[in-house]
Write a protein that binds this ligand. Structure first.
Ligand code: 13P
Length: 245
């Protein structure tokens, strides 16, 4: 049985000291980890060695990765620099990268390829803005992103996260049933029956059980609620309840 993925994206939060304190307090709350779960902590680059030193109950992820292994790319990070630190996963194409740093589907595709070439499993983020949703273009936008981002990508070593932009950091969660529907469409469009697809956008301890009860949602990518120990531990320890509606 595929494990449920509980991934935290710390974004540009936590100093090294704060990361150390988080891990110390977090581990006792999630161990022993249930065998049906995979926890991934995606910290800032400066914390990755600290996260790796305590990895085991959780795996370590980065928040981006460049397509070259070295070169004149000021401010970027190479795949080998991450793998050397024990990093196994890398978020690619997060909407904040696309929005604030001009990341395009073409660069996302190059980053995905480089990640896979160096044994990093990429977590590709896709999702629509509020304007696109209101215009009825949610499905077509996501299909466009998938078609371009996943060109020549190995679908066996990939995680996709559906993150509607209007639900990120806003407290507006996508209704679990709707997230489930879109995630089903994503898996169908990619054409890979066992592709893990996560939901991201204002996940918190109050809505995690309802989200994880959906049959097509394989896990969550959590921003704000992954920064606080109790809150992320509650998410990791979600209660698997089957809903009938
Ligand atoms: O962007 C996200 C995870 O990558 C979601 O962020 P929030 O959980 O803060 O809405």
């Amino acid at each position: 049985m595929a494990r449920k993925v509980l991934a935290g994206n710390w974004k540009m939060h936590k100093t090294r000291g704060e990361a150390r304190a988080f891990v110390e307090a977090f581990l006792p709350l999630i161990e022993p980890l249930a065998a049906d779960r995979l926890v991934i902590l995606c910290g800032p680059y400066t914390c990755l060695d600290i996260l790796s030193a305590n990895a085991g109950p959780y795996a370590v992820g980065a928040q981006n990765v460049h397509w070259e292994n070295s070169g004149a790319y000021t401010g970027e990070i190479a795949p080998v620099m991450l793998t050397e630190l024990g990093v196994l996963y890398a978020i690619v194409g997060h909407s904040e990268r696309r929005q604030y740093f001009n990341e395009t589907d073409a660069t996302v595709n190059r980053r995905l390829k480089a990640a896979q070439a160096h044994d990093l499993t990429p977590i590709l983020c896709v999702g629509e803005s509020e304007a696109l949703r209101l215009a009825g273009q949610t499905e077509s936008h996501i299909r466009f992103q998938l078609d371009h981002d996943l060109k020549d990508i190995d679908l066996d070593r990939l995680i996709v996260a559906y993150e509607p932009i209007w639900a990120i950091g806003t407290g507006k969660t996508c209704a679990p049933v709707e997230a489930n529907r879109i995630i089903g469409l994503i898996r169908e469009h990619v054409g890979q029956a066992n592709l893990p697809v996560l939901y991201g956008g204002s996940c918190n301890p109050g809505n995690i059980d309802a989200i994880m009860a959906q049959d097509k949602i394989d896990g969550v990518l959590v921003g704000g609620a992954s920064l606080e120990v109790q809150s992320f531990a509650r998410i990791v320890n979600f209660e698997a309840v089957a809903v009938t509606s």
